[in-house]
Write a protein that binds this ligand. Structure first.
Ligand SMILES: Nc1ncnc2c1ncn2[C@@H]1O[C@H](COP(=O)(O)OP(=O)(O)OP(=O)(O)O)[C@@H](O)[C@H]1O
Length: 696
């Protein structure tokens, strides 16, 4: 295939690293020469260092040439040209369309047209197969409109914000981190003038850590680099937080505040008790939900990648915090995705490495087997839907990127013409979400597990409350406060014990009110108790997929043009997600051929294979080109021989080769191909058809 996006965006980084190595070695040579004068080093040492410097310079030279020749291909102009080519086909063939177009559209909203809709359905169906069915997950569907209390508990009302700046003249809004990133990228591209090595390194470093900056640091960095508003070049305000949720009111009186959910996960958390019960009270188990999420993004300008309404597919895997091994871990332990660990991100090379997931867990690079298991399953899923493995990496969150409660987080990032894009977030969120809802709703969110060896004597913390002291201070609330103290979860008792001992202020919550607790009111003591099991709040491991982002990256990775004919574009969609599985062609637009083609199509449709019949009078080559353009993987042609011996030809889109197959077998054959059987194995089973109806 002639046109695909070159995947050499990291060459520039290589170049910076090579330059740094030359500078460092130059320093070593100089200091050795000085030592030689003082007779602290010998001549051989200096000569070896000079030799190494020569090698490094030669390697730098090579990298410079490589970069110069590649930069022609990977320049942002070229990326934009590639993106425009893909987008033109996608919009012309109605994969997606800006919503409300006849009224001028609204940024951040897209409609999926017929092939886009079919492809998205196939995608989510396959996601259900790969995760929900193969992992026996419990699937739920919850409302998008969510009462405020739920999102208050989850922290979204207070903290689901992005930092925004405004154009001080026009009032236009921009995402502060995106403006800084664009400005830094421009500097690296040599605009307005080339940077020296030291400046480049500083800019590279800042670019890699933009997500970690707090509001002040981000504001300072915008000022330091003189960032202005795009298009107008006006000054911008200091950054400030903007909540991304769409607010609404529930009911006719309008007095109950609600929000459109910003993620589907909360619906699963609030149903935890039902799900645990339906799983027989046993852990681990996973629940899943596919549905719409809504985020009032500040400036959505990246097509399907950043929209204001999108489909998420989320999994919440609940497990014992002390047992995060996964029974099926061995099935993915040998998979080798590119891992971009924290250590690799901080290293000079800044390159991800292919690594077996088994090794990543045994070397404690990934925190536990369950998280690694989902990384492995996500990796396999993304490859199965057509993501190029060379342009897929799993990037670990840096320490300051992670929420304080998270144990470990990795993003599946896919490289496309917009750069590396987070498509799936995979996080070990500990027990944070269930605890938050337990506290706010006063509902027990714990699970119980019996000890495998019967009963045990266990150390437990007990709150010995001085009821008189509590009653003296809080009068009628005393009884409720005593009960709340006695039923505090184990970890909260431990915190209170430590805080009281350190003389720190302590509180207990009853209803919506909080009451200060002193050491005179309660003593937290350790006691031995005979128990047959224990209660704990489960940990949650969450893989969260953005359906539209993956689909868009898949569009780019599957797009190509036919060799020798740049004007003929096609999508190499994997059959499992292709919007249409087969096109049936009557070779001639005559009733006998058309009737037979309709009959074959009906046979395929009955087997659940979406099929179209193209009986237009255009040449077969032109008709092939039309279906290639929307990525139909197979073409079935009814020709003269069909009328004689009831066979048809089946053509494979990618190789353009054909086989001849009895009509009676075509349904089973295409079903197998869609499920993943290879075309090569079909070619061994059926005779090759050297057709007159070629691709021209
Ligand atoms: N505005 C959006 N448009 C399309 N997909 C989105 C959007 N926001 C998030 N997603 C998808 O949902 C997934 C899980 O959401 P998550 O909250 O982890 O994203 P995020 O870290 O906020 O993304 P970003 O930092 O890019 O805004 C993401 O990996 C992404 O695929």
């Amino acid at each position: 295939m002639a046109t695909t996006l070159p995947d050499n965006a990291s060459l520039e980084q290589d170049l910076v690293v090579a330059q740094a190595a030359v500078t460092k070695q130059g320093d070593t040579v100089r200091s050795l020469k000085a030592s030689l004068k003082e007779k602290k080093a010998d001549k051989a040492q200096v000569e070896a260092a000079i030799e190494q410097l020569k090698n490094l310079k030669a390697s730098l030279d090579l990298k410079q040439k490589e970069f110069q020749s590649a930069s022609g291909k990977t320049s942002s102009t070229n990326r934009e040209a590639f993106r425009d080519a893909v987008k033109t086909v996608l919009e012309r063939r109605l994969f997606y369309i800006p919503s409300f177009e006849i009224y001028g559209s609204v940024a951040g909203f897209y409609d999926y047209g017929p092939p886009g809709c079919a492809l998205k359905q196939n995608f989510t169906q396959f996601w259900r197969q790969h995760f929900v069915l193969e992992e026996s997950m419990l699937e739920v569907e919850c409302p998008a409109v969510t009462p405020e209390v739920v999102l208050k508990a989850s922290g979204h009302v207070d903290r689901f914000t992005d930092l925004m700046v405004t154009d001080v003249v026009t009032g236009d809004c921009h995402r502060a981190d995106h403006l800084l990133e664009a400005a830094l990228q421009a500097l690296l591209d040599g605009k307005p003038k080339p940077l020296d090595t030291q400046e480049r390194q500083a800019v590279h470093h800042l670019l890699a850590t933009v997500e970690e900056l707090n509001v002040k640091q981000l504001g300072d960095a915008l000022e330091q680099y003189g960032v202005k508003a795009p298009e107008t070049n006006n000054d911008i305000s200091r950054p400030f937080p903007f909540n991304l949720m769409f607010k609404t009111s529930i009911g006719p009186r309008g007095d109950q505040v609600g929000y459109l959910r910003p993620e589907t996960a909360q619906g699963i958390f609030v149903n935890f008790r039902h799900l645990l019960y339906s799983n027989g009270g046993k852990l681990p188990f996973a629940a899943a939900q596919i549905g719409q999420s809504f985020r009032n993004e500040i400036s959505p300008r990246a097509g399907l990648l950043r929209v204001r309404e999108f489909t998420q597919a989320e999994i919440e895997h609940f497990c014992n915090p002390d047992a995060k091994d996964h029974p099926k871990f061995q099935s993915i332990a040998r998979e080798q995705p590119l891992l971009f660990s924290r250590a690799l991100q901080m290293s000079e090379e800044k390159q991800p490495q292919a690594m077996q997931l088994g090794d990543a867990v045994s070397q404690s690079i990934i925190a536990n087997q369950t998280l690694a298991y989902f990384i492995g399953r996500t990796y396999l899923f993304l490859l199965r839907v057509g993501i190029n493995p060379k342009r897929l990496r799993f990037r670990q969150h840096l320490a300051n990127e992670m929420a304080h409660y998270a144990e470990d987080c990795w993003d599946a990032e896919v490289e496309c013409s917009y750069g590396w894009v987070e498509c799936v977030g995979l996080a070990d969120r500990s027990a944070y979400d269930l605890r938050a809802h337990a506290t706010k709703s006063k509902t027990d969110m714990s699970a119980y597990e019996p000890f495998p060896d019967g009963s045990r004597m266990v150390d437990v913390l007990v709150a010995a409350v001085d009821k008189r002291e509590v009653g003296k201070t809080y009068k009628k609330d005393g009884k409720a406060i005593t009960e709340a103290l006695e039923s505090l979860p184990e970890e909260e008792k431990a915190c209170m014990q430590a805080d009281l001992a350190a003389g720190k202020p302590c509180k207990v919550t009853v209803g919506d009110a909080e009451f200060a607790i002193t050491a005179a009111m309660v003593q937290i003591k350790q006691e031995k108790k005979k128990l047959t099991g224990r209660n704990f709040v489960p940990s949650v491991i969450e893989p969260s997929f953005g359906v539209g982002r993956i689909i868009y990256c898949m569009f780019e990775h599957c797009y190509a043009t036919r060799k020798g004919d740049e004007k003929r574009s096609l999508f190499h969609f994997k059959p499992i997600v292709a919007p249409v599985k087969a096109t049936v062609f009557p070779l001639f637009a005559q009733p006998t051929f058309i009737d037979q083609a309709q009959a074959v199509a009906a046979l395929l449709t009955a087997a659940g294979l979406s099929t179209i019949v193209d009986s237009t009078g255009a040449s077969i080559g032109k008709r092939y080109a039309r279906t290639d353009e929307i990525g139909v993987p197979f073409a079935v042609t009814v020709d003269h021989q069909t009328l004689e011996d009831s066979t048809v030809t089946v053509r494979d889109r990618d190789s353009t080769t054909q086989v001849r197959v009895p009509i009676a077998e075509v349904q089973a054959l295409l079903t197998e191909l869609v499920k993943g059987r290879t075309w090569e194995s079909m070619q061994q089973q059926y005779p090759t058809h050297a057709s007159a109806a070629d691709d021209n």
